[in-house]
Design a protein around this ligand. Sequence first.
Ligand SMILES: Cc1cc2nc3c(=O)[nH]c(=O)nc-3n(C[C@H](O)[C@H](O)[C@H](O)COP(=O)(O)OP(=O)(O)OC[C@H]3O[C@@H](n4cnc5c(N)ncnc54)[C@H](O)[C@@H]3O)c2cc1C
Ligand code: FES
Length: 321
Amino acid sequence: MATIDYGGTQYVLQDGESVLDGLLRQGAEVPHSCRKGSCHACVLQAMAGDIPAEAQDGLKETLRAQGYFKACCCRPAGDLAIALADPDDRVAASLTRIEWVSPTVIRVRLTPSPPIEYHPGQFVTLVREDGLARSYSIASLPEESALELHVRCLPKGRMSQWLAREARPGTWVQLGRASGDCFYLPGDPEQPLLLAGTGTGLAPLYGIARDALAQGHTGPVWLFHGAGDRHGLYLEDALAALSERHENFFYVPSVRRGPAPPGIEIGELGDGIRSAFPSLRGWKAYVCGNPEIVSTLRKQLFMAGVASRAIHFDSFLPAAA
Ligand SMILES: Cc1cc2nc3c(=O)[nH]c(=O)nc-3n(C[C@H](O)[C@H](O)[C@H](O)COP(=O)(O)OP(=O)(O)OC[C@H]3O[C@@H](n4cnc5c(N)ncnc54)[C@H](O)[C@@H]3O)c2cc1C
Ligand code: FES
């Protein structure tokens, strides 16, 4: 049984228990959300002891070297001394604008102070004053004045309902470091790019597409956005305008259920991609949103010829109960 020194208090883990589960069971406060290693909300820093490699998966090399680890994935073999991640890793951010862009999605703009470094398409953990933490993908470009997030409002969603109904311009939250490797990297400006996602999976794709175009990508950039029905689509005008400004950008909205006006396809997102591009050999792909759809699309894209290392993805795993 490992003993964890967390801020000077000792916590004993049960056999096979993660650091996060053990600390929460014994009443400690640790920010967390998915409990599955995806959202990075639970990142802590080890001051002494050995961290299992899987607890550092997906963290940048510089953070791994400083002992950062994901508490929900950490089942240590021996004792650890750990602390909350460096307070400098969090910045205060003021909400500047919250607007409905569809019946279920709000666009949230924030101004972090000081500004944070990020690539469009990465995600940040947003932490409310009471410690509630949720991760959201970044739709804005660094050169824009505000950070832009798209939040799907769930009927009983603690963070999403608070953002939509209670938070106001001027409300302060905290933001963690930007994480994740779902972003555009220049280097092969002619490579065809396929961006696909459902619902607010559009947020990172909107950021990645605009970032690629802003960095002079000359190959085709296809963005397939799917939704359950017509009301699930949003930013259609902005995306149509983007395709008018860039002859190599193509926007394909689709819904699973009709009716839908001309220009919007009806059917499964993956079927639409497959009929447009039976072979995707040599493409790079970005897939974001609902975890089941992301998993299905990754398989379909791989079967269509996209190399697995060329498929970047973020699954929007919900917070654990
Ligand atoms: C890497 C990453 C990036 C993410 N990016 C985004 C993003 O850009 N935009 C965005 O809107 N979300 C994103 N999410 C999801 C987000 O972090 C929250 O999980 C989501 O907003 C719900 O939080 P909540 O507090 O509103 O709801 P909660 O209070 O956590 O959940 C309320 C209820 O809704 C259920 N629920 C939660 N999620 C879903 C779901 N997807 N479908 C159906 N029921 C659900 C819960 O089980 C619970 O019963 C991302 C998640 C990850 C891990
Ligand atoms: S990565 Fe640990 S709670 Fe999400």
